[in-house]
Design a protein around this ligand. Structure first.
Ligand SMILES: *Cc1c(COP(=O)(O)O)cnc(C)c1O
Length: 381
């Protein structure tokens, strides 16, 4: 199998040293040896989430844990407010509808952030809204939404908030307790730099009060957080979850979390900021413009406008075939109009970024543009 450098917005390339943990012999998901690993992993995740809330790990993609959040917090017929500015915001609406929830939607243009002010107004207008759900890093457009401000508004009104931090947790600051986030969801295969399979979800006391006040939502079993809590209490000492855990993935996740935390969150975030500037500047030097304004652009995924006469799909294929680098195109209506470059995991390394920028230079030359070797690096230290 050919190996590619993944610079897509997830899943990300895992560092070889960390990836090696996937080959640990299969462990049972209970008993004293395992409990030590599991407990430390949860502790590390709580440090990363900056929370003292309950936090669970489930074998599921990010969407699975989002399903657990919606289905556990809200009963059929209840209303949830979803401010959206892209594909993953739309996904939250679909999940809500899947549980028979009524959706109140605030739609913002692609490439623009959602605003706390609009959320405040809507909450004032519609008093029956039971929760707000929002994407932190809108991976489809490279916009980082102002979750801190939005959570300030929801907390002002004592409405719980679900945050899709699937592509942001571990890459940018997101202090769950300080910002007052009720249900916060992420996955192992984006900013946590490990292979896909596990999701993490934190649950605030307010969320628990709401969840436990409703006897029966008829919202399934595996993704019902009440079942997770029952096992966390009743089987606390040896098996604090209702099902089998993805043990090899969690062992790998722990190795990655230890490394991130040993390095320090501040330094870890600073590196993403730094490398995202390199990518942005490099593309800018070649004549590209960003899709999202710098004021709210995400450092974790760059959405870049296509240039006239430079077909995006052809460039993506060229980078893959000729340079072994994978990036992504736009989703839905942005297909062909933008390309997206991930800056998570190994993608945020000098090696990957230089290979990518030289690859783009190479493509532009093939297309007849006058681009000197290393032109993308102008003005970089
Ligand atoms: C990747 C992503 C998802 C979907 O995650 P899956 O693991 O594929 O279910 C949801 N929301 C955001 C913001 C994402 O970036």
């Amino acid at each position: 199998m050919k190996r590619y450098k993944l610079m897509i917005p997830g899943p990300v390339d895992t560092d070889g040293e960390i990836l090696a943990y996937m080959a640990t012999p299969t462990m049972p998901h209970y008993g004293p040896e395992w409990m030590e690993i599991y407990t430390e992993t949860i502790d590390c995740l709580k440090r990363l989430f900056q929370t003292e809330n309950d936090l669970y790990l489930m074998a599921a993609s990010g969407t699975g844990a989002l399903d657990a959040a919606f289905g556990s917090l809200l009963a059929t017929g209840e209303k949830v407010l979803v401010p959206t500015n892209g594909y993953f915001g739309q996904r939250l609406i679909s999940i809500a509808r899947g549980y028979g929830l009524v959706t109140s939607i605030l739609e913002f243009p692609l490439g623009q952030p959602v605003t706390a002010e609009a959320v405040r107004t809507r909450l004032r207008e519609e008093k029956d809204i039971q929760a707000v759900a929002v994407v932190h890093n809108e991976t489809s457009t490279g916009v980082l939404n102002p979750v801190k401000e939005i959570a300030a508004v929801t907390n002002e009104r004592d409405v719980p908030i679900i945050v899709d931090a699937v592509s942001s947790m571990g890459g940018v600051p997101l202090p769950v307790d300080e910002w007052g986030i009720d249900l916060c969801i992420t996955v192992g295969n984006k900013c946590l730099e490990t292979p896909p399979a596990v999701s993490a979800i934190s649950i605030s006391e307010r969320a628990w009060r709401i969840i436990e006040s409703k006897e029966n939502r008829n919202h399934g079993w595996y993704l019902n957080l009440q079942n997770w809590k029952a096992y966390a209490i009743n089987w606390a000492s040896w098996h604090p979850y209702p099902v089998t855990m993805a043990t090899s993935n969690i062992i790998t996740l722990l190795a990655s979390l230890r490394r991130i935390l040993d390095r320090g969150l501040e330094e870890h975030f600073a590196q993403y900021t730094r490398t995202s500037r390199w990518i942005r500047k490099g593309l800018h030097n070649l004549g590209f413009e960003m899709f999202a304004d710098d004021a709210y652009a995400s450092p974790l995924v760059m959405a870049v406008k296509a240039m006239p006469d430079i077909p995006v799909t052809e460039m993506i294929k060229f980078l893959k075939d000729e340079h072994g680098i994978m990036i992504s195109g736009g989703l839905d209506e942005l297909a062909g109009k933008i390309f997206r470059v991930g800056n998570m995991g190994r993608a945020a390394s000098r090696d990957y970024i230089l290979s990518f920028l030289f690859g783009v230079e190479d493509f532009l030359r093939r297309k007849g543009l006058d681009v000197a070797v290393g032109q993308s690096l102008a003005g970089m230290d």
